[in-house]
Design a protein around this ligand. Structure first.
Ligand SMILES: Cc1cc2nc3c(=O)[nH]c(=O)nc-3n(C[C@H](O)[C@H](O)[C@H](O)COP(=O)(O)O)c2cc1C
Length: 195
């Protein structure tokens, strides 16, 4: 295998680009969003359940997402854990990115397929999207604030109790002058055993 193959290059270049690094007004062409979604749809899934669902927020709808995240945080956070900075962050992030995609796992009607496998399939779909974004220079951030696990979030997204919201994928072009972040990983050899 040649290390400079196109897929290797994109995998290693993929980075988390947080919303405060994104240009909030530069839109993402619809065709590009459709390419990301189509590539997500090519993820593998046990039994071809295709459990990934995407709920897309752009323009004014980002404000209702922000308000919901803030409201749920206030409702579900104990006074000891409550951080005003977190409320601000939940309100600001959706407005800093031109698009936010809520990532959902819609549980199929095949109970023999373990829930974790449905979740794993959605994670594969998200990685496909993130890599596709990277290949176009588009930034992405997979965020998982605690409120995603609340019933209020499920109903906001039109999901059922047996479904899960697995994250928010923020998408946007890095602001002019942003340096693409450096990644770091411990050596893979520390995580592998060969027999
Ligand atoms: C399932 C999942 C959930 C994540 N949730 C968060 C999060 O809530 N907040 C955050 O700052 N980063 C989150 N991240 C992003 C990681 O912080 C990031 O991937 C890691 O720091 C490595 O950086 P890189 O993506 O640039 O390689 C999440 C990543 C994954 C895969």
């Amino acid at each position: 295998m040649h290390p400079s193959s196109a897929v290797t290059e994109v995998i290693r270049r993929r980075r988390t680009i947080k919303p405060n690094m994104m240009d909030p007004v530069r839109g993402i062409p619809k065709e590009l969003v459709e390419e990301l979604l189509e590539n997500a749809n090519w993820a593998p899934s046990h039994g071809l359940t295709e459990p990934w669902r995407f709920i897309i927020f752009q323009g004014a709808s980002r404000k209702s997402l922000a308000n919901t995240l803030q409201g749920l945080y206030k409702e579900h956070t104990s006074p000891d854990d409550f951080r005003p900075g977190k409320v601000d962050q939940l309100g600001q992030r959706p407005m800093q990115a031109p698009m936010v995609i809520a990532i959902a796992m819609r549980r199929g009607d095949r109970p023999k397929i373990p829930e974790i496998e449905e979740i794993e399939a959605v994670a594969c779909a998200v990685q496909n999207m993130h890599l596709s974004a990277t290949s176009q220079g588009l930034g992405a951030f997979w965020s998982t604030p605690g409120v995603l696990e609340t019933g209020g979030m499920l109903s906001f997204l039109g999901l059922r109790d047996i479904d899960r919201c697995l994250g928010l994928l923020y998408l946007g072009w890095p602001k002019v002058g942003t340096t693409w972040p450096q990644g770091k990983r411990k050596p893979v050899a520390q995580k592998v055993q060969w027999f």
